[in-house]
Design a protein around this ligand. Structure first.
Ligand SMILES: [Zn+2]
Length: 409
């Protein structure tokens, strides 16, 4: 379903920049928005007025305007996002559960819940998402929204085409070529945007986390998969097919090892939780080993198991160095379930990174973040807010083309 645009806001880059600055740095005066965004004062004033008229921005309270300011349109009153104007829903789809949040327009989570996902066939997953969405809609009632939220951001791991909502390949769900966005949108009767889970998490980090105020950074996730998303010059890099940043499939490992993607030598083929567990089982001869017991064995000093974790850490460190060498981020954020055993990877990651990062790139700080999956779901909700307020150009163009009497493409 195309995004329904209610008023004169068109989702231009200037509107997006002003909204985002108010969101991440608000309350903020227009003069400071102009400085942050590089837009002229006149452009900021014009765009801010549009966004205020649409209800997206408001003047911060406790900042009474003087009579002069009121006469002049309150040029110095700080602006912020009008959080309860509306909101969005975010759901992350994992192999065995759904984690969902209701966020306000400023991205603050008001509700966070989990539901088991017993059957991850396409039909059962869509039905479970729709049922969970309806529960979240009910939970949002009474939260004081001016306009009841209905936009849903969905995130899941794998090769996701953000522009079309198409899941090309999700190894953990065993899906190929699923038109998830359309199917869920038709089932729930609301706009749905689908994003790769690490890219969605990166939007949350950019808006609310360690990416705030940073124009170049990378988020690398370790766990069931090795994921990465990159922000360059303030923009999330999706690339032509939305697959930019797939460092898990850099061929830095043993070329004789085949990855689930079909290629050989991928980092993920040796460093994912699944690969680690398989290796630990074969090294110890214990088929009953779980990842938790493997971590315990390593911590208790089992040299063979420690070496398997160190080997994974080395590959992750080499992959991080590749990101640093290619893109020169100001910082790298490491997240994902794997950070709970980061102590087993850390020395090897740092050593390989220092060895392979070129020149000044080896000074890039690596921050480890233990983010719960609710924070990932918040990222999906943030992507829905992004689409609501300033949809991607493809969507705006497609939306306008569908309108009768369209005057602009
Ligand atoms: Zn691969």
């Amino acid at each position: 379903m195309p995004i329904q645009r209610g008023g004169p806001v068109e989702g231009t880059p200037a509107e997006g920049a002003v909204f985002l600055t108010a969101l991440t740095a608000g309350p903020i005066a227009r003069v400071d928005i102009a400085r942050e965004t590089g837009l002229s004062s006149a452009a900021v004033t014009r765009v801010a007025k549009l966004l205020i008229d649409e209800g997206y921005l408001e003047y911060a309270p406790d900042q009474p305007a003087s009579a002069d300011e009121t006469r002049m349109g309150r040029p110095s009153s700080p602006l912020r996002v009008h959080a309860r104007q509306t909101g969005s829903f975010g759901i992350i789809v994992r192999r065995d559960e759904l984690i969902g949040v209701v966020c306000d327009l400023a991205g603050a989570p008001l509700v966070a819940e989990r539901r088991p996902l017993d059957d991850n066939s396409v039909a059962a997953t869509i039905a479970a998402i729709a049922a969970f969405y309806r529960e979240l809609v009910q939970r949002a009632e009474g939260a004081g929204f001016v306009v009841a939220p209905h936009d849903l951001g969905l995130s899941l791991s794998g090769d996701i085409d953000h522009d079309t909502g198409y899941v090309r390949y999700s190894p953990f769900l065993g899906w190929r070529d699923v038109d998830l966005g359309t199917a869920v949108s038709q089932t729930v009767g609301a706009p749905v945007v689908v994003e790769n889970d690490v890219k969605a998490l990166t939007v949350a980090e950019q808006w609310f986390g360690l990416g705030q105020g940073i124009t170049n950074f990378a988020v690398v996730t370790i766990g069931t998969g090795i994921g990465c998303a990159i922000v360059v010059d303030g923009g999330l890099v999706r690339g032509a097919h939305s697959v930019a940043g797939e460092i898990g499939h850099l061929p830095l490992g043993d070329p004789s090892v085949q990855c689930h993607c079909g290629a050989h030598g991928c980092v993920e083929a040796e460093a994912s939780t699944t690969a680690l567990l398989e290796r630990c089982r074969s090294a110890t001869g214990r088929d009953d080993l779980t990842i938790e017991s493997a971590v315990e064995l390593a911590r208790s000093g089992d040299d063979g198991v420690r070496a398997i974790f160190a080997r994974a850490g080395r590959l992750i460190g080499l992959a991080l160095a590749s990101v640093a060498n290619l893109l020169g981020p100001e910082r790298v954020i490491v997240a994902g379930e794997g950070v709970s055993s980061y102590d087993l990877f850390e020395a090897a990651i740092r050593e390989a990174f220092a060895e392979q990062a070129f020149g000044a790139a080896h000074q890039v700080p690596i921050h480890v973040r233990d983010l719960p999956f609710e924070e990932w779901a918040r990222g999906a909700a943030a992507v829905a807010i992004q689409e609501l307020v300033f949809p991607s150009r493809q969507r705006v163009a497609a939306d306008i083309r569908r309108r009768p009497g369209a005057r602009r493409v």
